[in-house]
Design a binder for this molecule. Structure first.
Ligand SMILES: [Fe+2]
Ligand SMILES: [Fe+2]
Length: 147
């Protein structure tokens, strides 16, 4: 698991919070051109599929959050889309185009070589890709600096 970002208890929540702060700072300059609801949705939920891809955190170093069979087979971007698609069924009045754009953010938030499903094609999806990457890189830098 060495090399994974935010690799500590509560790391997923810290990353989603950090990504949201990054994304909101990025959109300050272009807020008239982006859907802020999609930005907040994407930044705060882009990694929700990870709740299925890690075992419960263990304090013993060798057991720290090993990945599950789900992670090996399906990756968190797909698992997150599946979870959110199911949730969207409860929101019949929500614009289908918005649902699709939201799912696109989950599908495209990481490189295809890392488990992403598609390249980002909307400005909101691109901002989430940049924001979450920036948060990962900053976290890794700060953790390595403190070792
Ligand atoms: Fe991710
Ligand atoms: Fe992420």
């Amino acid at each position: 698991m060495k090399g994974n970002h935010h690799f500590y208890r509560g790391g997923l929540l810290a990353h989603l919070h950090g990504s949201t702060k990054m994304a909101l700072n990025m959109v300050k300059e272009v807020k008239n051109f982006v859907n802020l609801d999609l930005i907040i949705f994407g930044a705060s939920l882009h990694d929700i599929g990870k709740i299925y891809t890690y075992h419960e955190w263990k304090e013993e170093r060798e057991l720290k959050s090993p990945i599950t069979e789900h992670a090996k087979m399906l990756q968190h971007s797909y698992l997150g889309m599946k979870l959110i698609s199911k949730k969207f069924e409860q929101y019949e009045k929500l614009d289908p185009s918005i649902k699709e754009q939201a799912l696109h953010i989950l599908a495209s938030h990481i490189e295809i070589s890392e488990g992403g499903l598609i390249k980002p094609t909307t400005v909101e999806a691109k901002i989430i890709r940049f924001a979450e990457r920036a948060d990962c890189m900053l976290s890794n830098y700060l953790m390595n600096r403190n070792m």
